[in-house]
Design a protein around this ligand. Structure first.
Ligand SMILES: [Zn+2]
Ligand SMILES: [Zn+2]
Length: 472
């Protein structure tokens, strides 16, 4: 097949390699196009400007003070080895390298990356971390890589609780587990109803670890890799999961994250870049071999890269048992080529949302996901649910009831009644948001083990599980 060459529409000198938003780009101009969008977000307000720019001694501050400020501008990138977080890190590394050269050895910020993964993924992830470290090794600037084993962190945290949901009042109680009782993340997930609920729990835990890590490490900003497409699927998934109240807080980059000590702000530097653009640039920058558990979309490239053959083609029909996030991602993936304006509209509309008015006293945090609770979800659920079963009237009813009681379902139910009674006597109230109530409801025992979020030191020991780049 002969492909007609097209000149890049920006520099008008080099052959174009891809077409995005109806414009042809060469590799150099495309990288500039994307990294300018990232830099624009990073300079979006004074707080972030102060973090990223190189500060010099002047009338206001001494040389020592300036150098301390530069050093204390600590930035954290949660690195999942999807295309977006990988690219975010790579562009940030590029900025550091540029500052190092232009400002003769001085840089404006310190860059760390943290990867959280399940125990069984550690080997693959560690291999990629080493490759990434090698990639940056002769650039003169240092990036610290941290690796956290989610299973270990969960298992060894100090305070586990069991939460039980009352299925007629929808209120919850919790009891602290014995300290010596070992609970693994896999056990918790096994108890959980479906894939969506499992994904939700892993996300809630990862989110918590990353933010906890940021707070303990005195980071000033967490730079999430989310592309515009990924943010759109987050917005829609939150709505579908009944977590719409969290949208405003999730997209808020102007305020400090109060639920974690209020010392850092989140930022989404790639929020103006489409996922297919991120994927294309990852390929052009040679980052594609580092991707993990992620199938990039090369639809923008004019010549299909050889590595694209290794990607399993996306199924034509919806696979069964997809998670809500998976479905939303597939939807936006499908429309990205022709209807990218829908994606930016979803993100822009989401960003305009304000948090709902709080109808609960003292605005508590959810015991499970830690997001703010604005409404009395149990009260609302009670008002729309009929919970009382039909009374037993005759022998036939009675026989059916007897048979059910002796069945596995009946036995699980009897255990459940015993558990709720016990927790009513000795437990404490747990407050759950609507989304987490549905997560707990989906488990067969209507209960699950989690970490006590009231105890700030629950994850104290986590530093033991951080592998820095000195370790091989
Ligand atoms: Zn060009
Ligand atoms: Zn929750």
């Amino acid at each position: 097949m002969i492909i007609e060459t097209v000149l890049c529409q920006r520099c008008k000198k080099i052959d174009a390699v891809l077409c995005s938003r109806k414009e042809y780009f060469c590799p150099v101009c495309f990288e500039k196009f994307v990294s300018l969008k990232q830099r624009k977000q990073m300079m979006s307000d004074n707080y972030f400007q102060d973090i990223f720019k190189v500060i010099y001694g002047d009338k206001l501050r001494s040389v020592e003070e300036a150098s301390t400020m530069n050093r204390e501008s600590r930035v954290l990138v949660p690195l999942s080895f999807g295309s977006s977080s990988l690219l975010t890190l790579d562009i940030l590394h590029g900025i550091l390298k540029e500052q190092f050269t232009v400002h003769r050895g001085t840089v404006g910020f310190t860059l760390d990356a943290v990867t959280c993964c399940r125990y069984q993924e550690m080997g693959e992830v560690r291999r990629r971390l080493h490759k990434l470290r090698d990639r940056y090794s002769d650039s003169g600037v240092e990036i610290k890589f941290h690796l956290i084993d989610l299973d270990k962190a969960f298992e060894t945290c100090n305070d586990h609780i069991r939460i039980v949901l009352n299925d007629s009042t929808f209120s919850s109680r919790y009891v602290a587990l014995e300290r010596l009782q070992k609970v693994s993340m896999s056990d918790v997930l096994k108890e959980c109803g479906g894939k969506s609920a499992q994904e939700d729990l892993v996300t809630a835990f990862t989110d918590r670890i990353v933010k906890d890590f940021a707070q303990r490490g005195n980071y000033k900003a967490i730079l999430w890799g989310h592309s515009m497409t990924r943010l759109a699927d987050e917005v829609i998934s939150l709505v579908v999961k009944g977590r719409g109240a969290q949208i405003a807080d999730t997209l808020n980059t102007s305020d400090f994250d109060e639920s974690f000590g209020g010392e850092f702000k989140p930022l989404y530097p790639l929020r103006d870049v489409l996922l297919s653009e991120v994927d294309a640039l990852c390929h052009l920058k040679g980052l594609a071999p580092l991707l993990y558990k992620y199938a990039p979309n090369y639809s923008l490239l004019l010549v299909r890269p050889s590595e694209a053959d290794k990607i399993t083609p996306k199924p034509k029909y919806l696979p069964k048992n997809m998670t809500i996030n998976g479905l939303a991602r597939k939807y936006f993936d499908d429309i990205e080529d022709n209807y990218s304006n829908v994606i930016s509209t979803v993100v822009r509309t989401g960003a305009k949302l304000a948090p709902p008015t709080c109808e609960v006293d003292n605005a508590p945090n959810c015991t499970l996901c830690r997001s703010m609770i604005y409404k009395d979800a149990p009260g609302w659920l009670q008002s729309i649910t009929e919970n009382l079963g039909h009374p037993i009237e005759d022998d036939a009813d009675f026989q059916l009831y007897e048979a059910w009681s002796k069945s596995q379902l009946g036995e699980v139910h009897a255990d459940y009644i015993e558990l709720t009674g016990d927790f009513q006597r000795r437990g404490d109230d747990a407050l759950l948001c609507y989304g987490c109530i549905t997560t707990v409801l989906s488990s067969s025992t209507k209960s699950l083990v989690w970490i006590n979020s009231d105890k700030q030191d629950a994850l104290d020991d986590i530093s033991r599980y951080i592998l820095t780049d000195e370790e091989d």
